[in-house]
Design a protein around this ligand. Structure first.
Ligand code: CA
Length: 151
């Protein structure tokens, strides 16, 4: 078993860099692609933390996060871009259900500005891998996506 590491920090790209820190954000969309590998899917309860806010990712009557699926969740917010950049962001699940290990291919966070029909890319994290205690490397059900920046 490899040496335990609490989190795996991933590389990302961002195209909101040119916006001011006081830019208001009225909604956030998170798009998660579950990998196309055996046992990639999960039925555990998945949540996204953005700072002190917790977002439960679940559509009633829909089997979220199955192998190869891309699922998007929208949340209304009233934060600013600067507050988002300062926020700690973590994706996790509660390790419940049968075979709860989850293989996350990538995560995309988009933001919506007031009076804009479109979502703008905030960050994209690729090749995240297993969030699993029942799949290698067996050490965590959470991934830190962003530490929170000094701005
Ligand atoms: Ca599921």
């Amino acid at each position: 078993m490899p040496k335990p590491i609490k989190y795996k920090l991933k590389t990302y790209e961002r195209i909101t860099q040119n916006k001011p820190v006081n830019q208001k954000i009225v909604a956030i969309a998170v798009t998660i692609t579950t990998g196309n590998v055996p046992k990639a899917g999960t039925d555990a309860n998945v949540r996204l933390l953005i700072g002190a806010k917790r977002f439960d990712l679940d559509y009633a009557g829909y089997n979220d996060f199955e192998r190869g699926d891309t699922d998007t969740y929208y949340f209304k917010t009233n934060m600013t871009l600067g507050e988002l950049r300062k926020s700690y962001i973590e994706l996790s699940h509660d390790n419940t259900g049968s075979g709860p290990g989850w293989y996350v291919a990538n995560v995309i966070l988009q933001v919506q500005y007031p009076n804009s029909f479109y979502m703008a890319l905030y960050k994209r994290w690729g090749n995240i891998g297993w969030l699993a205690k029942d799949e290698p490397p067996y050490y965590t059900t959470a991934v830190e996506l962003q530490q929170g920046e000094e701005i």
